[in-house]
Design a protein around this ligand. Structure first.
Ligand code: SF4
Length: 362
């Protein structure tokens, strides 16, 4: 039904209130609303008709007033190392990518917050594609929901906003999506297991810091000086390194610095020492990320040996900086983020994005 209310686009408390009013107006018991909410995220169903705890009549009436949309899986790739990559098609034909990374008893889901991205980081396939549109809250959270509905379901324990898009440029949707992900009546993922990664969109960092939950923040540094960072990340002109670092310092939880290793570009000894100084000032955890070979850009990955050397240099700079090297996962399936979408769904002309993002800081 065209004007039906999408129950997945509401945070669980709002969904329960609206469903409660709906059932009350039909003289049906109030507990029905909780029953439905329970089946949206926690123990999800594909259709209202699968909510067999409700009478058949109530189910078909629900379907007449509310919608329960799905993300359509266009492609599911499985790596020999267990990593899985999903390409979802949205109802307007846009495509987004989601990656599931199992490790020990955890499954980390790397989710997208926008179709495409306006920020044009030089090393990023999604950035080359340009901006298409912001995702709605439900499209962000449903990437996790769908993992519970697929064949061989995956129970996601951790979420990172490191897929397509810059989450802080879509804060108006990421904000409620975080509530759905974290709420015990939503997907119930602990806030400390949810990381929002940003290139340093300052109002978004402030907004995340104002949330009472302990969501984690990762900041993509990628270059330790403004001159180099500007070349790699045009956003640095608007949000220069000094401002980003000040925001990271002001964030009241420990911050992770993401640093993608680009052969011959940002992986020299001086870069390591400069990065170490920045990390010390912010008491940040440093995560070095190997570049995916063949990621659709002209950059070359730094060799594993040189990444290890770089890590030693950062660690050796004193101040007790913790450094990790992200394991390359899914290299047999995974083109860089954004590539699968281009291969399967083709290119689309980029759309104009509001360069400030829609960030409302209260
Ligand atoms: S790295 Fe992130 S912010 Fe930069 S272009 Fe790619 S998706 Fe956008």
């Amino acid at each position: 039904m065209a004007n039906s209310v999408n129950v997945l686009d509401l945070v669980p408390a709002d969904a329960e209130r609206i469903l409660g009013e709906y059932f009350a107006s039909r003289g049906q018991p109030a507990y029905r609303a909780r029953q439905v909410v329970h089946r949206l995220w926690k123990n999800p169903v594909r259709t209202f008709d699968e909510m067999t705890e409700l009478p058949a009549g109530a189910r078909s009436e629900l379907a007449g007033h509310f919608s329960l949309p799905r993300l359509e899986i266009v492609e599911r790739q499985r790596s020999v190392d267990g990593t899985q990559k999903f390409l979802f098609r949205l109802d307007d034909g846009q495509g987004i990518e989601t990656v599931a990374i199992p490790e020990d008893d955890r499954v980390t889901l790397c989710i997208s917050s926008q179709a495409g991205c306006a920020l044009k980081c030089a090393f990023c396939a999604t950035g080359q594609m340009g901006f298409q549109r912001n995702l709605h809250p439900w499209e962000i959270a449903a990437q996790v929901r769908e993992m519970r509905l697929i064949e061989d379901p995956l129970l996601v324990t951790n979420v990172v906003f490191m897929g397509m898009g810059e989450p802080m440029m879509n804060w108006q949707a990421v904000d409620p999506a975080l509530t759905i992900l974290n709420s015990p009546d939503g997907l119930g993922i602990g806030a400390r297991h949810i990381t929002v990664s940003t290139v340093g969109v300052l109002p978004g960092i402030v907004a995340l810091g104002k949330r009472p939950e302990q969501f984690r923040l990762a900041v993509s540094i990628h270059a330790p000086t403004d001159a180099l960072r500007r070349q790699l990340m045009p956003i640095n002109t608007k949000y220069p390194l000094a401002d980003v670092l000040a925001a990271a310092r002001a964030f009241d939880r420990r911050v992770t610095f993401e640093y993608v290793m680009l052969g011959g570009v940002n992986d020299q000894r001086t870069h390591a020492l400069e990065l170490a100084q920045l990390a010390k000032r912010c008491r940040a955890f440093v995560n070095l990320i190997p570049l995916h070979a063949g990621g659709g850009t002209e950059f070359q990955p730094t060799s594993p040996r040189d990444i290890a050397r770089f890590a030693r240099l950062v660690r050796g700079a004193g101040g007790g900086i913790e450094v990790a090297i992200r394991k390359s996962r899914g290299t047999d399936i995974s083109a860089a983020c954004g590539q699968l979408r281009v291969e399967r769904l083709g290119r689309r002309p980029p759309q104009r994005a509001d360069e400030h993002g829609h960030v409302h800081v209260v």
